[in-house]
Ligand binder design. Structure first.
Ligand code: GLY
Length: 403
């Protein structure tokens, strides 16, 4: 893969090849992207070796990751994106200084879950794709091996969560047979590993996981369950439920975003039309629920008597996924429809949630909602930041990332 480099990091990304149709808001998005790249550079000395975890409600300062955190790679991913745009070596050096963190993850199989996809796509796959670094490739392939080893029959998916002592016996037992929608993003690590090694089993496992997800997590109206439980002994489907959404039958907006991005990305890898069309149906569902400001509330079924917390991270992930979806269609009316929806959502973030220009802010977006029922709303979130940057880059014409 080749990301175009722009050594002076100025405002012009005009040399990039654009897919059709182009965004209608190029100037706003280029300005926002310039500001984001400047912000990422300014945060390098402030963060040092720490990785942002979450901002406390209303805070402009980040709390930072401890060793076993699913969010640890999103800052590294931003650093690699900034390096790909600018060619400036401090971005690369700062990203690579974090390799020890990911090496430690590999050495602790008891920490492993579907989040291996987030952790290694944005660190080691990114490093290898941008620099050809062989050690990074080896680490990413090792992570893909661990992820593939979580494939479980008879349920037909890569095991997502691990039962933990803190879960209590009921939720712990439930997790063993549970598929979650967050895992859609992890399939890219398997597709990448298959392409890299020629090993068909990575692709087979990704397809089986995607098909089980499509069948059980996505409802007939293209809204989604956060999670779906199976009997781990027989594989019998038991039913959908939520962990972070409003209710079992509601549509958690970040879950919807993971699947739109994940299915679009899967299509870009393998060309299976049902993946593209599933992402399109899910995008149409979002369009039918989205308010005028373009920023999703944290659940698409939120009743009017509940506090209307936004989730800017769902907006950023969905916008990035919609540009990828438009790329799946190439040109024509569907590409135009999904580019326009992506533009609406991204512009909503630029206008309502972007805090990159605030010198006090350690993140790029306010108004994230990590887990509302646990009191985690009104947060800066590193995944919101990462996908905001990815969406801005996709909006101005980049089509190659680390997924
Ligand atoms: N655990 C993934 C998420 O909160 O979206």
């Amino acid at each position: 893969m080749e990301l175009k480099q722009n050594a002076d990091s100025g405002a012009s990304y005009a040399h990039l090849e654009l897919f059709q149709p182009p965004t209608a808001h190029r100037v706003e998005f280029e300005q926002a992207l310039d500001q984001v790249v400047a912000k990422v550079g300014a945060l390098i000395p402030k963060f040092g070796l720490r990785n942002p975890r979450i901002g406390a409600p209303g805070s402009l300062q980040y709390q930072f990751c401890i060793p076993d955190e699913w969010v640890a790679s999103f800052w590294t991913g931003q650093l690699w994106l900034a390096h790909s745009l600018t060619g400036v070596s401090s971005f690369k050096n700062s990203a690579r200084m974090r390799r020890g963190y990911f090496q430690t993850v590999l050495e602790h199989p008891e920490w492993h879950d579907h989040d291996l996809g987030f952790l290694f796509s944005l660190s080691c796959v990114a490093d290898y794709r941008l620099t050809g670094n062989r050690h990074a490739r080896k680490m990413a392939l090792r992570a893909a091996d661990f992820l593939a080893a979580r494939w479980r029959q008879p349920m037909g998916f890569v095991m997502c969560w691990n039962p933990m002592l803190r879960d209590g016996p009921e939720f712990g037992a439930r997790k063993t047979g549970t598929l979650n929608i967050d895992s859609m993003q992890a399939m890219a690590l398997l597709f990448w590993a298959a392409k890299e090694t020629g090993q068909q089993s990575f692709t087979d496992i990704a397809h089986m996981h995607l098909e089980t997800s499509r069948t059980h997590l996505i409802r007939d109206d293209f809204s989604s369950y956060h999670a779906f439980e199976f009997d781990p002994r027989t594989g019998a489907p038991l039913g959908g439920f939520t962990h972070q959404g409003l209710s079992d039958e509601s549509c958690w907006s970040r879950g919807q975003s993971w699947a739109i991005h994940g299915f679009a990305q899967a299509y870009l890898y393998c060309g299976v039309e049902i993946y593209r069309d599933t992402a399109a149906g899910m995008a149409d569902y979002v369009a039918s629920k989205l308010g005028d400001d373009g920023v999703p509330l944290w659940d698409y079924d939120l009743p009017s008597d509940k506090h209307p917390y936004r989730d800017s991270s769902a907006g950023a992930i969905t916008a990035a996924g919609l540009y990828a979806l438009a790329q799946c269609f190439g040109a024509g009316p569907q590409a135009e429809t999904y580019t326009a929806l992506a533009d609406k959502m991204l512009l909503g973030l630029v206008k309502n949630c972007d805090i990159a220009g605030n010198p006090e802010a350690e993140g790029l977006l306010k108004d994230g909602a990590a887990f509302v029922d646990l009191g985690r709303a009104d947060n800066m979130l590193p995944y919101g930041d990462y996908y905001y940057m990815e969406a801005l880059m996709r909006a101005v014409g980049h089509t190659e990332f680390f997924w």
